[in-house]
Write a protein of this length. Sequence first.
Length: 431
Amino acid sequence: MLKEKTPLKKALSAIHLWAIAVGLVISGEYFGWNYGWNVAGTVGMLWATGIVTILYIAFVFSFTELTTAIPEAGGPFAYANRAFGPAGAVIAAFTTLVEFLFATPAIAYALGSYIHFLDPSFSIIHTAVLMYVIFTIINLLGIKESAVFTLIVTLLAVAELLLYLGVTAPHFKMNNFLQNGTPFGWHGVFAALPFAIWFYLAIEGVAMVAEEVKTPHRTIPIGYITGIGTLAFLALAVMVITGGIGDWQLLAKIDYPLPQAVGMVLGKDNQLTRLFTGIGLFGLVASFHSIITGVSRQIFALARENYLPAFLSKVHPRFKTPYWALIASSIVGIICIYTGTTDKLIILSALGAVSMYIISMLSLFKLRKKEPNLLRTFKTPFYPYMPMVALVLSLVCLVAICYFNFELSLIFFTALIASLVIFFALGKHKI
């Protein structure tokens, strides 16, 4: 007898999805991308970001077809399962979990760094752990309440980035931006790809709340497309302006480049600098909170389909949220805070992301042939060229990340193969 699916509450509108899409990603504008300057320079990183922006635009328009046709909390897992069966589902599930599970502690660590910058008496690690506890509790209270919180902090985060651009743009000088702009040539451009991916990584998390969306066929495309447009503008503007206000090399290895940049313009002791650092937490909070939401839904969906222990699919009787999935993802994230560094966590997260993009685009092509009559309320424009662009650029990014980060990639693919072996050895594919 088939197991009845546990329902999630449908409460999200287009504005909520825009907030979740932008909120999932917006911390990427606040930190992480600047590590790309360290390996590519400003101009090299700009080239990498241009490549990745094209990738994400093509990916979002293609991925939206899958999300609206199969609006399930599993997201990529559900699409790959329908296209390729259990093996495809395991690959999609593993890569998505790696992306989200490692992105979250990276943001938590940056939150700790921001607060430590404001007051050195706060421990970075202890503050990061406290953030996990607070935002797990907020997520437990319900998707509508969680989405309203996301909307508020996302609006504040976008407003702050616009304020940042207003403060720093008058001090922009092209000579500063071009100074030693490509120290490592094209070699550096490819090395910077995972940090350019960080600008947009996790926007696909919108798919994981698809079961909680009202009128998904109309709402999801609006949320995705307005979200990627907002993020592309902010990513390019923040990176270029920041690179031209002074010596960009001073910002290439820290977790709080924007407060430091404001300090370069106004002085570190200026009250506006400290104020900016304080409200800068909104961008990190928006992403941290939204990714916790996304990864918990992925774990919930996997458990519901017997790919993870069944207790992880339990829904709270009052709040209608997957409480064990939320708790489990937070425990894993807290462990990662004590074992990783920000740049390595970003690289692992990007590795999971591009691998998931590849299996998702292959699922799109497969389902077009396998299920031509599937109701597709949104169809990928310029098919098959747009998903092909997303697929090819994802493969380029994957090869580049593996080439420049061989040991991390070896760990990633070894764990993926082990997951497949264990899954089939336990006979899970027969359930």
